[in-house]
Design a binder for this molecule. Structure first.
Ligand SMILES: C[S@@+](CC[C@H](N)C(=O)[O-])C[C@H]1O[C@@H](n2cnc3c(N)ncnc32)[C@H](O)[C@@H]1O
Length: 380
């Protein structure tokens, strides 16, 4: 579907059709911002899951002045805006969502693992997304949640609908993607990166880091802050990738709710941050926005760890809290890919509940700090 902005002057109604992308729709961006000079109006976003940073900022100020009412039809955009403190109305007819979500524990069904596996194969055949090597229990839980959100109790019916309706698959895809993240998550890992890994990497003229499964970017910006404080950000290129395209857009926007600020500051201190956490952000009433200096050397892009191609030659790869969703075979495949993507002396950092024992990872990596799940590539 083509992207369009429709303005109905008599009703003061602006409707945005399709996904709003900053670089593809530069002209429309200006047109849209011009329309927002008016006094009182309605904006409806049809089919957009995320909107560019300058629109989010504009919406925020318009709302503060009480000048517009925002409607959204996609639940991803709804939670993104709400999370940033922008009030909007969710208009999709998922009448049962809130009512049923509270009932989750009672409504939960035990899905047969083999049926789920067959369904995952069918999803791969129809939509080309392969979840067959994800942890089956975790995927089954997500399917359960999705069934409840759609108000469907029968798995066979749910399967049929998802396989025949791209929109339903899209919602399921978002339910499969668990994007929990924080600034300086597990601060002691960042302290080790700061005290041990960065001094080592500083001997290079140019440093390449891959943050795989980066979610909305908080981990990436935490790393950028550490590099900045070590005086190394200027010579570093960070590649930040994720399967979910919307978290990638959130990462590019670099806007986050102030709701977790106390925890963020605490984590930063525990990670031995040397300055003040908030100096890296522009702060408004509702949200914080990463300063542009910090964003310069970061490239966010959509990428699946299941794809075979390697990205190389990295000095450091972070892939934290992503392996927990994969079975051992897939973990091994990805570890092999990381091995091929790292330079000879490269480091790998996994999440604290992950490791290299059960997935043959010891073929590719040696322990550097087992407790913090930091590894070095076996020399070849
Ligand atoms: C729990 S978050 C972890 C975020 C961050 N690394 C951290 O530790 O704070 C897991 C992320 O992995 C991503 N993911 C899941 N499967 C993936 C795949 N096949 N390829 C790339 N990313 C994937 C999800 O979209 C999600 O954003």
């Amino acid at each position: 579907m083509n992207f369009r902005i429709i303005y109905n002057q008599t009703e003061d109604n602006i409707v945005v059709v399709g996904e709003f992308e900053e670089y593809k729709h530069e002209e429309q961006l200006m047109e849209f911002l011009n329309l927002l000079q008016k006094q009182n109006f309605y904006i409806t976003f049809l089919e957009a899951n995320i909107v560019p940073r300058n629109i989010v900022e504009k919406l925020f100020t318009l709302q503060e002045d009480g000048r517009c009412t925002i409607f959204v039809l996609e639940r991803y955009l709804y939670s993104y805006l709400q999370n940033l403190g922008i009030k909007c109305k969710y208009t999709e007819a998922h009448w049962c969502f809130n009512k049923l979500e509270n009932k989750l524990p009672n409504e939960k069904q035990t899905l047969n693992k083999e049926d789920v596996y067959i369904f995952l194969n069918e999803l791969n055949n129809v939509y080309g997304y392969d979840y067959t090597d994800y942890q089956i229990d975790s995927i089954s839980r997500r399917i359960n949640v999705a069934m409840i959100k759609e108000g469907i109790c029968d798995f066979a019916l749910f399967k049929h609908k998802v396989l025949n309706n791209q929109k339903l698959f899209h919602n399921l895809f978002l339910d499969f993607s668990i994007n929990t993240t924080e600034f300086f998550r597990d601060p002691e890992v960042f302290a080790l990166i700061k005290n041990k890994i960065l001094p080592y990497l500083d001997s290079y003229n140019h440093i390449k880091i891959w943050c795989a499964g980066c979610s909305t970017g908080k981990e990436v910006y935490s790393l950028a802050i550490m590099l900045e404080e070590a005086g190394m950000l200027g010579k570093t290129q960070i590649y930040a990738t994720d399967l979910n395209p919307y978290v990638i857009e959130e990462g590019k926007n670099g806007m986050y709710s102030t709701g977790t600020l106390d925890k963020d500051i605490n984590n930063y201190r525990n990670a031995q941050g040397e300055k003040s956490f908030i100096q890296y952000f522009d702060i408004t009433k509702g949200y914080i926005k990463v300063k542009s200096e910090l964003m310069k050397n970061i490239l966010f892009f959509h990428h699946s760890l299941l794809s075979n191609g390697t990205l190389n030659e990295f000095n450091l790869i972070l892939c934290r809290n992503v392996f927990i969703y994969f079975n051992d075979g897939l973990q091994e495949k990805i570890l092999r890919n990381f091995y091929n993507s790292l330079d000879n002396n490269g480091f790998l950092v996994l999440g604290k509940s992950e490791g290299i024992q059960r997935n043959n990872g010891e073929k590719y990596f040696c322990k550097y700090d087992e407790k913090l799940k930091v590894y070095t590539r076996i020399y070849s």
